[in-house]
Design a protein around this ligand. Structure first.
Ligand code: PBE
Length: 267
C-alpha cells in the first residue's frame, strides 16, 4: 500500500467520523467507494470525540484525517485544510434550510412568517458559536446576538403577527451550528409571543418529528447533499421554507502539516 507519504499506515487506515446518523457519515462512506479506498474505514463516534482526537493528534504532531464541516470553530482553533474532493462526493457548497410542519401556517401564522423570513450569514452564526465555545450558555449567547442585531431581527419579524402564547416546538441536533441557529430563532419567537421549547434529537427523528407533526419546525436541513436521504424520505410530509444560511461545506479535513492535498492521495 503505497499511498502518499504512507498516510494509511500512519493512521491505521482510519478516518475519524462523528455520529452514525449524520449526513457527512454517509458522504464519507460514499467517498471510500468513489475514490477506491478499499483499505480505509470511517470510525463512528461523536462530534465531540472527533474534535478531541484531532486535538490530541495535533498536540503530538501526528497525522489524522477527520470528517469536518464549516462553519466550525475548529478552523479558528487549529491550522487545518480540506482535502480536495474532485469527485464532489461531499457536495461542494451547500445551504441550510428551514423546514416546518404542515398546518403551521394556519395554526401559528406569525411564527410561520418568522420562520419563512429567517435568514442570516456565516459570520452571524459564528458570532454565536464563538461565545458558546468560550463557555456561554447557548440560550444566553443567542439572546446576546439578538439584542446586538435588531435590524436583522426586524427583517425576520416584519409583518408577522404576535403570538398569544401558542406552543412552538423546535427540534435540533447537538451540532454547534444548530445550537446557535435554533437558540437564536427560538429567542426571536419567544420575544414575539410564542411559548418555545427546544428539543434535542438525532437527525432521523428531527426530520420525522416535523413530518409527523410532533414537532413544529427545524432550522437544520443541510442541502442539497448532506441530508438528501432524509429529505427525500420526508419531503411529501413537510413544508420546506428554503435556505436560512448559505455557504456551508463538508469534507475530509487534516492538519496543514499532513502532506497530502486530495482525497485521491489516500489511494
Ligand atoms: N454536520 C453538521 C451535519 C449537519 C450539520 C455536517 C455534521 C451532518 O453531517 O448531518
Amino acid at each position: 500500500n503505497e499511498n502518499a507519504n504512507g498516510i494509511g499506515a500512519q493512521t491505521d487506515y482510519k478516518i475519524i467520523g462523528i455520529e452514525p446518523g449524520a449526513g457527512i457519515m454517509a458522504q464519507a462512506k460514499n467517498s471510500l467507494t468513489d475514490y477506491g479506498l478499499d483499505d480505509w474505514k470511517i470510525v463512528e463516534g461523536s462530534s465531540a470525540a472527533m474534535v478531541a482526537e484531532l486535538k490530541k493528534a495535533i498536540d503530538n504532531q501526528k497525522p489524522i484525517i477527520v470528517t469536518g464541516w464549516s462553519p466550525h470553530w475548529m478552523f479558528q482553533a487549529f491550522d487545518l485544510k480540506y482535502l480536495d474532493d474532485p469527485n464532489n462526493t461531499f457536495g461542494g457548497a451547500e445551504h441550510i434550510n428551514t423546514i416546518v410542519r404542515k398546518g403551521l401556517e394556519q395554526d401559528a401564522p406569525g411564527a410561520y412568517t418568522i420562520f419563512d423570513q429567517f435568514s442570516w450569514n456565516i459570520s452571524d452564526m459564528e458570532a454565536v458559536m464563538v461565545e458558546v465555545h468560550k463557555g456561554m450558555d447557548p440560550a444566553e449567547a443567542a439572546e446576546k446576538w439578538v439584542a446586538a442585531n435588531p435590524d436583522k431581527v426586524a427583517e425576520w419579524t416584519n409583518g408577522a403577527q404576535s403570538g398569544n402564547g401558542e406552543p412552538i416546538k423546535l427540534v435540533y441536533v447537538a451540532w454547534d451550528t444548530e445550537l446557535a441557529s435554533t437558540n437564536v430563532i427560538g429567542t426571536v419567537l419567544r420575544q414575539n409571543g410564542y411559548d418555545v421549547t427546544l428539543s434535542q434529537v438525532e437527525v432521523g427523528p428531527m426530520f420525522a418529528g416535523v413530518a409527523n407533526g410532533s414537532a413544529d419546525a427545524m432550522v437544520a436541513a443541510w442541502l442539497p447533499s448532506t441530508h438528501l436521504e432524509y429529505y427525500n424520505t420526508y419531503k411529501k410530509d413537510i413544508v420546506d421554507l428554503g435556505p436560512n444560511l448559505q455557504g456551508t461545506k463538508n469534507g475530509l479535513v487534516v492538519p496543514k502539516y499532513v502532506e497530502i492535498d486530495s482525497i485521491d492521495d489516500l489511494k
